[in-house]
Write a protein that binds this ligand. Structure first.
Ligand code: DSN
Length: 413
């Protein structure tokens, strides 16, 4: 950081403060990760300086011979990593990727079957305030009230009744395995395109810790910065017969020049994800989440679906504390203790998305830092103490000291 230090102390200082925060806090937002230094280097490289509208060997500007090689390597690695027929590595992030899928494969107003936002869907899965809900006709499914699980028979019946053009699975707050094969079979039976948004679990899929939507799913979108541990960005993977429409939707349909520095960083991350260490990493994420879930439940913290199969845990504060809409207060109490999570709606939340009744947290970063099941016991103890005593300011301070000590033993950057 020598050059920023010399030229811009204001930004230098803030980057250092953020680095220090990432070192000294337990960052447990399930959609975040700490990427490798190699990924950071690629993302901060001179590839950032180049315009390369178009696709490899078919660019609109000269000077792309090395950029072409980078993008082709990224595509080949992603195809190999996920066993996909076609990959577009240019989407700038998750929302643009989903937009490109709808824009490329559907007409405006077409019907899509997707998961309700408060049950674990994403803004781009049909929320009324998002382009997806404004321009497409989303019909929602959700989880069961009693179990917090998807009922595949109900979803099949809804698909038969509604006859959507596309059926979407893959979520941001669902802690259990998703049966992608069954989603695809349902899609086929009603002549719909099957789509998976695997952003949250892409790393688990790459490492074999979650069942894969490949090779059968028609189209799969993903960000690259969550469990996959790459740079901020996204990809779309699809069957060959959708390739042209997807590529045309990304460029020139929705985007201009791709961010080739990010594409290089994606390539570096895909290479890392093909290594045996990554397989072990992805399984450890799940082992850690399961250990944390068990500890929390043993301390009378109630979880949606009573556990997890993934990287993610959703705490039901209504069942835990018998109070609605206190997710934000609890998240702030945890933050004061150095534990970073996010307030989240829970299925059938009687409160609003601005005052949700749940806490969402996960283990990707703690696992990247090298923590294992025994540390999850400790972290689970801290979290449950804070939740049960969320107004106790002194307790927050005491736990924060212990959190700093724990972080000190697991240095990553
Ligand atoms: N913002 C992401 C998450 O936290 O789940 C989804 O894009």
């Amino acid at each position: 950081m020598k050059n920023i230090f010399d030229t811009d102390k204001e930004i230098y200082n803030l980057v250092q403060e953020e680095l220090n925060r990432q070192r000294t806090e337990l960052n447990m937002i399930p959609s975040e990760n700490y990427c490798s230094r190699a990924v950071l280097e690629a993302a901060g490289s001179v590839l950032m300086n180049k315009y390369s509208e178009g696709y490899p060997k078919k660019r609109y500007y000269q000077g792309n011979k090395f950029i072409d090689e980078v993008e082709l390597i990224a595509i080949e690695r992603a195809k190999k990593l996920f066993n996909a027929e076609h990959v577009n590595v240019q989407p700038l992030s998750g929302s643009p990727a989903n937009m490109a899928v709808y824009f490329g494969l559907l007409n405006l107003g077409d019907k899509i079957l997707g998961m309700n936002l408060s049950h674990g869907g994403h803004l781009t899965h049909g929320s009324k305030v998002n382009f997806s809900g404004k321009y497409y006709n989303f019909v929602e499914y959700g989880v069961e009230k009693e179990t917090g699980l998807l009922d595949m028979d109900k979803i099949r019946k809804l698909a038969e009744l509604e006859k959507p053009k596309l059926i979407l699975s893959g979520y941001t707050a669902y802690p259990r395995q998703i049966n992608f094969k069954e989603f695809h079979d349902i899609s086929q039976s009603v002549n719909a395109i099957s789509m998976v948004d695997m952003a949250h679990i892409a790393g688990l899929i790459a490492g074999g810790a979650h069942q894969s939507p490949f090779p059968f799913t028609d189209v799969v979108s993903s960000t690259t910065h969550k469990t996959l541990r790459g740079p901020r960005g996204a990809i779309i993977l699809c069957k060959e017969r959708f390739a042209k429409d997807i590529d045309k939707a990304v460029f020139p349909g929705l985007q201009g020049g791709p961010h080739e520095n990010s594409i290089a960083a994606k390539a570096v991350a895909f290479n890392e994800a093909m290594k045996p260490e990554f397989k072990e990493y992805s399984h450890q994420i799940v082992r850690n989440a399961k250990a944390l879930a068990s500890k929390l439940m043993s301390e009378n913290i109630k979880l949606v679906s009573d556990g997890t199969d993934t990287h993610l845990i959703l705490i039901d504060l209504i069942k835990t504390l018998n109070k609605e809409g206190i997710g934000k207060e609890v998240a702030v109490a945890l933050e004061d203790a150095g534990i970073i999570t996010n307030a989240n709606t829970i299925p059938f939340d009687p409160s609003t998305p601005f005052k949700p009744s749940g806490i969402r947290l996960g283990t990707p970063i703690l696992t990247t830092r090298g923590m294992k099941e025994s540390e999850m016991e400790i972290v689970g103890d801290y979290i449950s103490k804070i939740i049960h005593n969320y107004s106790d300011i002194e307790l927050r301070k005491r736990i924060n000291e212990k959190v700093k000590e724990l972080c000190n033993d697991f240095v990553y950057y």
